[in-house]
Design a protein around this ligand. Structure first.
Ligand code: ADP
Length: 801
């Protein structure tokens, strides 16, 4: 059928954004001039009109191509002219039609139409099923809140005709024209139902989703409101209770501090997380204390704060000289160390380790280094640190957890490039709680310490700019791995003369000022100082000396305040008034020649010291008793000495069977102080021979040396310290092993000059020098008599003949 049969023609009313279905009564607003013309034409005839939707609502004067080909013939039921040229009509959809031809010879379109009657419109069970589910869905659709009045629902459910029902529902859907247009064009009623159901289903889903989203939004709004309300209440309660702790102002303060402090990004993020957590915590929660102190720590650490280095070796030298007397070699080494660092521009490299007895100025040297570099200084004592957590901190989950000593020092320092002094690395202990030295190793390792993680802080801290300096009293207890990292500078003890100078130039001045005394008010004589050095202190360093001077200043200050005196001159014979009776005797304990007592020299962590060894022989069965807390090595040394004496008994004029008929008791006084080492060997042997042969040992003489079974004298360590101690103790003659000749260079000139030093390599020489009478030495002695050594010893020997 090529040619379409047109049944009639009607004026056209193009619709924008809406459709009219058959069976539907609806009002329409008409405004456009052409449409009003069309209406007027229709009113003149049978009051029927064709309505069809525009494809594009924006087109003001649509042509045939702008209008859908299918529309509805409507009966105009009412027409109302409104002011301003508007016309309102009420139309009823009659039937679907196809728009076939447009005639615009008038001022409006007159369209010829072709009928488009529905098919498959009978009410069979299929239709019924379709009707029922459509109704059901439409009901849901209405309930979900498209603004359709419920009367409409009641009317719709009363419709029995399948076609009428589908068209009525289609007419009610608030959908876009292009979605509903197919419902007008589909001829089969059943297919129309299927299309309608599809549309309804989709629409319902969207509606449900919308509802859900809205519900969520509402809930969130409600919660926020509720929280706000509760918070306000808490605030009100708190202010009512007079509690000034207002969490939000506290949080604000932290926020402000956080924004003002320069910290790395990772730290900032962590701090913000904690702060958010803090904000949500109930104000009284115990944990809020933990979080607060954690935040305080994060904010207090010098993450980015750094001081500017002064790189001026000249200045460093001036400062070292200003604060320290003597120590020429030590200062030179320190300056070299600083120069290398300055040249290499890095702080990587070995760590300086100052080794020496207490009070020799290790701490104060390190302080001077810091001052020379213009860096902050922190001292951290490692003595007795036995727990890794002391270095590295406790996890925050522990009650009362704190960061470790390293992080604490960084906080104290206030900059990330201070000088940190690790005091007493030789006193690190370790036990089941982990090894603190391994943590320390990490801290000191330039490869690892740029990201040191403390258990408490949990964030890596860069320690690579810190200049670490360590101190130790003795090197042999420093963990070997740690020792490998360090550049050791040894500081021996001071001589009497050096101490005097240090006291005069530094200590005295420091104490006078520290006690608020004027320089003219008080003075001290050299003799008084020497007496303090020798009779009130016995030490390698000057710590006690400084303490005694402090005591004098303190008492003098009291005198001045009381108004007793306004000028004080401290002289040697006034010391007892200030310091009590002398604690030490200037000379060695032995002031007279005695049998069975010999003086040795020891090397301890406090520097050198003197040591007297006593031997008594009583009748018995050859038992050897050793007392005075002697270590294993010293006991073996004693046994060696005994064996040597037995093997040489005859030559020494001693009863060869002495060891069977007598018990030997050997004692080293100051019994409670542990002693060890092989260097007392020859001293033990001398005391033993003296006791057995009943010949006194020369007073004022001391000796040091290891003994072998055959009587050879072997070298010892710490010669310098031992000679200083001997000098300090007022000893005059010293026997040292030949092997130690090379070490004599290190001994200060003025000490060497004051001592008569004999180098010995065999016990025979030792005995000849140490005993007052020749103990009938064997024939082999004559061989040695001509040796240089024997010659050297002669004057001494003769003097006492
Ligand atoms: P250490 O750390 O070796 O135990 P300190 O550095 O604490 O010793 O020294 C103790 C005191 O002695 C300090 O007041 C120090 O200034 C002073 N002192 C030590 N050696 C010297 C020295 N060579 N010159 C000046 N003062 C010294």
């Amino acid at each position: 059928m090529n040619q379409k049969q047109t049944s009639a023609s009607y004026p056209l009313l193009p619709l924008r954004g809406m459709l009219v279905f058959p069976h539907m009564v609806t009002p329409l607003e008409v405004g456009r001039a052409r449409s009003i013309q069309a209406l007027e034409k229709a009113m003149l005839g049978d009051q029927r009109i064709v309505v069809a939707a525009q494809l594009d609502t924006a087109v003001e004067e649509p042509g045939p191509e702008d209008i859908y080909t299918f529309g509805t013939v409507c009966q105009i039921k009412q027409l109302l002219k409104m002011p301003e040229g508007q016309t309102r009509i009420l139309v009823e959809g009659l039937e679907r039609v196809e728009l076939v031809e447009f005639d615009d010879s008038d001022d409006f379109f007159l369209v010829s139409i072709q009928e488009w009657p529905s098919i498959e419109r009978e009410l069979d069970s299929e239709a019924e099923a379709l009707m029922r589910s459509s109704l059901q869905k439409f009901e849901d659709y209405v309930k979900l809140g498209r603004k359709i009045p419920s009367e409409v629902l009641a009317n719709v459910s009363g419709i029995k005709d399948p076609e009428q029902l589908v068209d009525t529902i289609a007419g009610q859907l608030a959908l876009a024209v292009e979605e509903r247009q197919p419902l007008l064009e589909i001829r089969s009623v059943k297919e129309r139902y299927i299309k309608l159901l599809a549309l309804l289903t989709k629409e319902l889903e969207i509606l449900k989703l919308e509802k859900k989203i809205q519900g969520k939004v509402r809930k969130q709004m409600e919660r926020a409101q509720k929280e706000y309300y509760l918070r306000e209440q808490i605030k009100a309660i708190q202010s009512e209770l007079g509690e000034k702790e207002d969490r939000s102002t506290e949080v604000d303060e932290y926020r402000k501090k956080l924004s003002e402090t320069k910290i790395p990004k990772a730290v900032r993020e962590k701090a913000e997380n904690e702060l958010n957590r803090f904000e949500r915590m109930p104000p009284m929660a115990a944990e809020s204390v933990v979080v607060r102190s954690y935040l305080d720590w994060l904010l207090a650490l010098p993450w980015n704060r750094r001081t500017k280095d002064r790189l001026d070796i000249q200045m460093a030298e001036t400062i070292l000289e200003r604060d320290h007397y003597g120590l020429a070699k030590v200062k030179e080494r320190i300056l070299e160390f600083l120069a290398v660092r300055q040249l290499t521009k890095t702080m990587k490299g070995p760590i300086l380790c100052l080794v020496g007895p207490p009070g020799v100025g290790k701490t104060s040297l390190a302080k001077s280094v810091a001052e020379a570099l213009k860096r902050n200084f922190v001292r951290l004592s490692l003595g007795g640190v036995r727990d890794e957590a002391e270095i590295r901190g406790h996890r925050r989950t522990y009650v009362g957890a704190l960061p470790g000593k390293i992080i604490q020092s960084m906080k104290t320092a206030g900059s990330n490039n201070p000088v940190i002094l690790f005091d007493e690395v030789d006193k690190l202990a370790n036990d089941f709680r982990g090894d603190p030295s391994s943590a320390l190793l990490e801290v000191l390792d330039p490869e690892q310490n740029n990201a040191f993680v403390d258990h408490y802080i949990e964030l890596p801290f860069d320690l690579s700019r810190v200049l670490f300096i360590t101190t130790a009293n003795v090197l042999n207890t420093v963990p070997p791995a740690l020792r490998d990292r360090m550049e050791v500078i040894e500081i021996p003890g001071y001589t009497e003369h050096e101490k005097l100078e240090i006291a005069k130039r530094h200590l005295w001045r420091k104490q006078v000022e520290a006690h608020g005394l004027a320089w003219e008010q008080i003075s001290i004589s050299d003799n008084a100082l020497l007496r303090i050095i020798n009779e009130y202190t016995r030490e390698a360093g000057v710590r006690n000396l400084e303490r005694e001077l402090a005591a004098i200043c303190r008492k003098s200050a009291a005198d001045v305040v009381k108004g007793d005196k306004d000028q004080i001159r401290v002289s040697a014979n006034m010391l007892e008034r200030f310091l009590g009776i002398p604690r030490y005797h200037y000379a060695v304990a032995e002031r007279e020649d005695r049998v069975g007592v010999a003086t040795g020299l020891a090397y301890t962590q406090f520097g050198g010291d003197i040591l007297s060894i006593e031997v008594t022989i009583v009748k018995g069965k050859g038992k050897l008793t050793l007392t005075g807390k002697l270590g294993d090595v010293m006991q073996e040394s004693a046994q060696t000495a005994v064996s040597y004496v037995r093997s040489r008994a005859e030559a020494l004029g001693i009863d060869p069977d002495f060891h069977e008929k007598h018990d030997i008791h050997m004692h080293v006084p100051e019994g409670a102080v542990p002693k060890d080492g092989p260097s007392a060997g020859i001293t033990i042997a001398v005391a033993l021979v003296s006791a057995l042969a009943n010949i006194p040992v020369r007073q004022g003489l001391a000796m040091t040396g290891e003994i072998t079974l055959r009587g050879r004298v072997l070298g010892i360590g710490g010669l310098k310290e031992k000679l200083l101690a001997a000098h300090r103790a007022g000893l005059k003659q010293i026997l040292i092993p030949e092997e130690n000749r090379k070490d004599l260079e290190e001994v200060p000139e003025n000490v060497r000059r004051k001592l008569e030093i004999f180098q010995v390599d065999h016990m025979d020489h030792v005995l000849r020098l140490a005993l007052l009478k020749d103990p009938n030495l064997g024939s082999d002695m004559s061989v040695l008599a001509d040796s240089e050594l024997a010659k050297h010893t002669d004057p001494l020997w003769e003097k006492h003949q």
